[in-house]
Design a protein around this ligand. Structure first.
Ligand code: 13P
Ligand code: SF4
Length: 345
């Protein structure tokens, strides 16, 4: 392996040489159905350099399902939904974790790995749900509903997690709420996820008015239009969509749940009612399936690019820091989600 300068890439380092072409040929093979050949010479040198730096610095890249294909398929070591990324963060032996996802995901990785360096390539990679609620809001709700457990979606800040009893994701919300064995919970902050979960459990759910800017855009008439224009299409929707949209879908699940559905059922024609890059990433793996592509971009996820991942690795920035007093309390809520918990235990 060539030793590369680890602090700063120059234009000379990022040329599409025959060596770069050779090193990355197996990666282009994975994305050739979704990335035009003419674009590869721009991506390949950055991908090659990121992959070399990861080895030199013992770093790992966790890539969310909404990353663009060149990030998802070509530099991420572990990919998945927010639950899978949180789980993998507990297992990694790497010294540096780079989150190719949004800030709350990087915070969750830091909460679970206080002694490791966790980097987020762009500090503007936020989330409308995480911004919808503060720790003070949670304290007020707890005062309003004393003794009612607070179940908090991982799409929140560390401060909000610290005020919560247990976290959940869209992949385990039903299981977490049923596991509590209580008649009533406060579920924060996504109103639609809470309403969709309430349909599947006997527990009464007190909600908050948070919304995902991506999923709230889909309407039931969008789904009906997709069916009219694409006879036989199978509709998979994320539970951050409104209950009316979910009612129009054939299946509802987390991003990983949707991928598993495609892998298991191989629908001839399918639409993923979620963030745009998901369809590209899944289509790269299943080129024989027809993906209908009306989708919405997450402006926060799209702030993560190959160039700022490279910068993050070279300069070891932007490091995620959490006040240790907050982190220790937030960790309890995240670990309870991963290991199971009910108020009686
Ligand atoms: P998943 O946990 O399903 O990956 O969802 C995360 C997210 O941000 C969806 O908008
Ligand atoms: Fe947040 Fe929605 Fe973007 Fe997911 S898709 S990160 S919930 S704004």
């Amino acid at each position: 392996m060539n030793v590369v300068n680890t602090t700063h890439s120059t234009a000379k380092d990022l040329r599409f040489t025959s060596e770069v072409e050779r090193n990355t040929a197996h990666l282009y093979d994975k994305v050739k159905h979704v990335i035009p050949e003419v674009e590869w010479p721009v991506f390949a040198p950055i991908i090659d350099r990121i992959n070399k730096l990861k080895v030199q610095k013992n770093a790992v890249i966790l890539g969310h399902n909404y990353m663009t294909p060149e990030i998802f398929h070509c530099v991420s070591d572990i990919t998945g939904d927010s639950l899978a990324l949180a789980r993998s963060a507990t297992k990694t032996e790497a010294d540096i974790i780079v989150m190719a996802g949004v800030h709350f995901m990087a915070e969750t990785a830091k909460i679970l790995n206080p002694s490791k360096k966790v980097l987020i390539p762009n500090s503007g990679a936020g989330c409308s749900l995480a911004e919808s609620i503060t720790a003070e809001d949670v304290r007020k709700l707890k005062a309003q509903y004393p003794g009612v457990p607070v179940v908090t979606y991982v799409n929140t800040s560390a401060e909000v997690k610290a005020e919560s009893d247990i976290c959940c994701t869209s992949g385990n919300a039903v299981e977490i709420i049923e596991g509590l064995k209580v008649p009533r919970v406060i579920m924060l902050p996504d109103e639609y996820l809470a309403l969709n979960t309430a349909k599947k459990v006997k527990t009464e759910i007190i909600t908050w008015k948070g919304r995902c800017v991506v999923h709230e855009m889909f309407t039931p008439s969008d789904i009906r239009g997709m069916r009219e224009n694409n006879p036989g299409v199978v509709v998979l929707a994320h539970p951050e969509c409104s209950p009316e949209v979910v009612a129009e879908a054939d299946y509802t699940g987390s991003t990983a749940g949707m991928i598993d559905y495609v892998a298991k059922h191989r629908p001839v024609k399918v639409v993923l009612v979620t963030e745009c890059s998901m369809s590209d990433n899944v289509a790269a793996e299943y080129p024989d399936l027809d993906f209908v592509r009306p989708c919405n971009l997450c402006p926060f996820m799209k702030r993560i690019e190959l160039s700022n991942i490279l910068n993050a690795l070279e300069k070891e920035e932007i490091e995620v820091h959490i006040d240790p007093a907050i982190a220790v309390r937030a960790r309890v809520s995240v670990e309870r989600m991963l290991t199971g918990w009910s108020p009686g235990t």
